[in-house]
Design a protein around this ligand. Structure first.
Ligand SMILES: *Cc1c(COP(=O)(O)O)cnc(C)c1O
Length: 865
């Protein structure tokens, strides 16, 4: 029979255990082990059946079961205790309240297209979402007043399974928000709050707003699946990264513009402070800046409207943009005409549409005039921007250099904050108890991780084996289930019960499957891989997982190649592919692996965080020097796979790098793991050198890869400066923003007249020596600008054959004389501080205390121009 109506019946809990509802609805349970244990304990069988989801668990209990629980005095006491603990956690001062001063923002809005918080709320596809989830959880733990904004996708991302011949199959199970830890935001009269965006042809896109509580951090998720909408509008939030570009554009308009409106509604209804800083996590949410410009251009009664330029200045001051991809193809772009079509429908009635279009224009030399580029817009709408690892910062500066013509790549104003991982979510409780001091809010983080040096070898080795064994058992179950889906019968599957060995060196490789991550590099020489797997003395075993984007045929072919290799009866006990990589699998996989393998095509991995999750569990990284590993590999915490960067073709690179991988496995990794230097302890062979690396990894990488370090960096390097700039810009009804905007306009207008007319230097000897001091004189035409509007710099250093300056330093020249008619002499000393080919040059830059970086306006006049 098929039901014709459906509704969700809420469980009513008796008074004595009523706080269970609160504990289930705040997602803190997902990283607070005692709370999670409480739910498991309620009914281990039901917990398993609902795949670890407290809201579903409570919904699945019968009335009798609930009555029984309500009368268990131990349980009632435990519920009270954990509820009190949650209340303390939610309200007591944390790191932020204790250590930050008045310049710290009262609230920070964090926008992201996806959030990976727990498998019970599957709203993520991969690294970006997991990072966003970790960002919110960590902000909560540290008391940082972040508010998350995103979309509620009815089907989240897809579920992956395999066909008989190893081809990826996708399904999209529909989520019922009423069965999720979400609360609908309602107006005072009880009706659901609504965000509405006008669409072309007189249509409207409306959305309701779900609120998830991530510890102290509220997360607002917009959902267009409501009866107010026509059928097409209802499906806007159907899937993460689904549909064509028009669908995607509507999602992003809803996320950025609708998300900003949702924040305002949330503040109005709850009294939450208005965000002082807006953090745009990747380009998808970029339209948030345009909505804020609209707010300032039409601010309502009592406040003076701003012009476009004034509003843009004010918005930029308080915005941080994070770019996540070093691959131009990974950037979100729309047809310019498509964006225009939507904005002409009146999305932002006071914002000139041409100005919106200019923001996304690819004005760099290789840009496409027909495209609207979300990352370019993100950079233009934010006064501060960052990449997600040191190397990625540098790659991003080169990638976007075209927008800052006249500047060297290293001057492009994109800094970096290296990603981190939320330790309580990703560390196994066994490792946590054994190796890390409990989390004291303000304790020096590095000290907490040194506890591992006190753990005896035998104990550490036993713990690592326990984690490996648990993974092996989990793999056997998953593999069996996967084969049954692929059409095998029980009778054929006896072999799955003995797949993998808890005493064999275990290597993990799991990630999304875009081409650059090279899932199949390990198959480059299949015979050589087989020899490693089947080595009688030092075998290795491999656990592989990963989803390919549904539209990526290449990725699916790679998965199929890998699956076919793992299907071979000769090796299938040593290598497995597990379908449907997700948070739940990851939490068993990271702790269980001895080695985490990562072999992207350098430098295309922006950061990567899976290796970090392995590291905090005592796994050693075996990785190409890309992303985070490039800055954190120290020679003793794992291995670097050498890369053939440079001119080699992709094919040649694959050959060279795969060979290096096999060689490392055979001669370095496996011998160390099997400890064949004859180590023994307590009768058991214990590989002391291996364990020394494990200890070193935990103690030194633990504090550095922790997202506490990441959030501290964001607060100090980006949020506080953005807050200070934003407040200054907004003060006195935006007086400073108006003044700065006018100054910028004046500078831009005058800039074509600015020239370095002549440079000379006094004191140059026939044979210059180190220590010689020159006096540099620059005759500069400033037109209508005055010397206070600019900085005149002398840049100097070693010169290359082509006269390019490197190892550059710079010094400011001081205004020395007004020569009349807009001409000025600037002058200053320059000390020759190195031998060899030496050169110098002079340039003019705009200068104001309101600029966060001298390159910010992308204006420069070089002497050579
Ligand atoms: C950590 C994680 C990722 C991201 O891993 P990368 O190293 O960035 O590729 C993706 N999916 C899941 C389930 C994760 O836990």
């Amino acid at each position: 029979m098929k039901a014709i109506r459906r509704f969700t019946v809420r469980t009513v809990l008796p008074e004595s255990i009523a706080p269970l509802g609160r504990l289930a609805r705040n997602l803190r349970w997902s990283w607070h082990k005692p709370t999670e244990d409480l739910f498991t304990q309620l009914s281990p069988r039901a917990w398993e059946a609902v795949h670890g989801d407290p809201v579903k668990l409570l919904g699945s209990l019968t009335r009798e079961e609930i009555q029984q629980l309500a009368q268990d005095p131990d349980l009632v006491a435990r519920v009270r205790e954990l509820d009190a603990d949650l209340q303390t956690y939610l309200h007591e001062p944390h790191w932020y309240q204790r250590t930050q001063g008045p310049d710290a923002p009262a609230a920070i809005a964090y926008f992201s297209a996806e959030y990976g918080i727990t498998s019970a709320l599957p709203q993520y596809s991969g690294g970006l979402g997991i990072l966003a989830g970790d960002h919110l959880k960590t902000a909560s733990d540290m008391g940082i007043p972040v508010l998350g904004v995103g979309l509620f996708y009815q089907a989240g991302y897809f579920k992956q399974s395999l066909s008989r011949d190893g081809w990826q199959q996708e399904t999209y199970p529909v989520l019922d928000p009423d069965e999720l830890p979400l609360t609908l935001l309602r107006e005072a009269d009880g009706t659901p709050a609504r965000v509405r965006l006008p669409l072309p042809d007189g249509r409207t896109l409306a959305a309701q707003i779900w609120r998830a509580d991530v510890g102290r951090v509220p997360l607002l998720l917009l959902d267009s699946n409501i009866p107010d909408n026509d059928d097409a509008a209802r499906t806007v939030t159907d899937r993460l990264y689904g549909g064509g570009s028009d669908h995607r554009l509507q999602q992003e308009l809803l996320l950025g513009m609708g998300g900003t409106r949702a924040l305002r509604i949330h503040s109005r209804l709850t009294g939450a402070p208005a965000p002082e800083v807006f953090h745009c996590n990747e380009g998808h949410a970029g339209f948030l800046g345009i909505e804020r410009v609209q707010e300032l251009m039409n601010p309502g009664a009592g406040r003076q409207p701003m012009t476009w330029d004034e509003a843009l200045t004010a918005v930029r001051a308080a915005t941080v943009f994070t770019t996540h991809t070093p691959v131009p193809a990974g950037i979100d772009r729309f047809e310019r005409a498509q964006v225009e079509h939507y904005f002409r429908a009146g999305l932002t009635p006071d914002v000139p549409v041409d100005r919106v279009l200019e923001l996304g224009a690819e004005t760099c030399p290789d840009g496409d005039p027909g495209k609207f580029n979300m990352a370019v817009m993100g950079l233009r709408l934010a006064q501060r921007a960052n990449g997600v690892a040191k190397l990625h910062g540098s790659v991003s500066r080169s990638m976007f250099q075209g927008l800052w013509q006249g500047f060297d790549a290293d001057e492009v104003p994109i800094t970096s904050v290296t990603n981190g991982v939320h330790v309580p979510s990703w560390i196994d409780p066994l490792v946590w108890d054994l190796a890390v001091e409990p989390e004291e809010n303000d304790a020096e983080p590095a000290a907490r991780w040194r506890k591992v040096y006190d753990v005896p070898d035998t104990e550490l080795w036993a713990a690592r084996r326990g984690l490996r064994e648990r993974l092996v058992l989990d793999v056997r179950e998953r593999l069996r289930a996967s084969w049954k889906k692929r059409g095998a019968t029980d009778a054929e599957l006896g072999w799955t019960a003995s797949v993998l060995d808890p005493d064999v060196l275990t290597i993990g490789f799991a990630r999304r499957v875009p081409t650059y991550k090279r899932l199949t590099l390990m198959l480059r020489d299949p015979e050589r891989l087989k020899r490693r797997l089947l080595d009688p003395r030092r075998p290795v075993q491999l656990v592989v997982a990963g989803k390919s984007h549904p539209a990526d045929e290449m990725g699916k072919r790679m998965i199929q190649d890998l699956v076919r290799f793992t299907d071979d009866p000769e090796v299938r006990h040593r290598i497995v592919f597990l379908p449907n990589y997700d948070i739940a699998m990851a939490r068993v996989l990271f702790p269980g692996c001895d080695v985490w393998l990562n072999n992207p095509l350098r430098p295309l991995e922006a950061c990567g965080t899976s290796g970090m999750k392995a590291a905090i569990n005592g796994g050693l990284n075996l990785s190409v020097l890309d992303g985070w590993w490039d800055e954190m590999y120290d020679g003793q915490n794992g291995w670097a796979i050498p890369t053939a960067d440079g001119k080699a073709s992709t094919d040649e690179r694959d050959d060279v790098e795969a060979a290096a991988l096999y060689e490392l496995l055979e001669h370095h990794v496996a011998p160390r793991f099997y400890g064949e230097s004859g180590d023994t302890a307590g009768g058991e062979p214990v590989p002391h050198q291996w364990l020394a690396m494990v200890r070193h990894t935990l103690a030194t990488l633990g504090p550095r890869v922790s997202s506490r370090r990441m959030l501290t960096d964001y607060v100090q390097q980006l949020y506080i400066p953005a807050c200070v700039s934003g407040r200054r810009a907004a003060a006195e009804d935006g007086a400073a923003a108006r003044a700065t905007a006018h100054w910028i306009e004046r500078v831009r207008r005058a800039w074509p007249e600015v020239h370095v007319e002549h440079v000379d230097a006094q004191g140059v000897h026939q044979e210059p020596q180190i220590g010689d001091e020159l006096r540099v004189n620059a005759y500069v035409r400033l037109g209508t600008l005055s010397p206070e509007d600019v900085t005149v710099q002398v840049g100097y250093g070693r010169v290359s054959e082509s006269d390019h300056l490197h190892e550059r330093s710079s010094a400011e020249l001081a205004p020395a004389q007004d020569l009349g008619e807009g001409r000025h002499l600037f002058s200053g000393p320059l000390t020759i501080d190195r031998s060899g080919p030496f050169g110098y040059t002079v340039r003019v830059l705009p200068c104001s205390s309101e600029l966060a970086d001298p390159a910010e306006l992308a204006l420069v006049r070089n002497a050579a121009d």
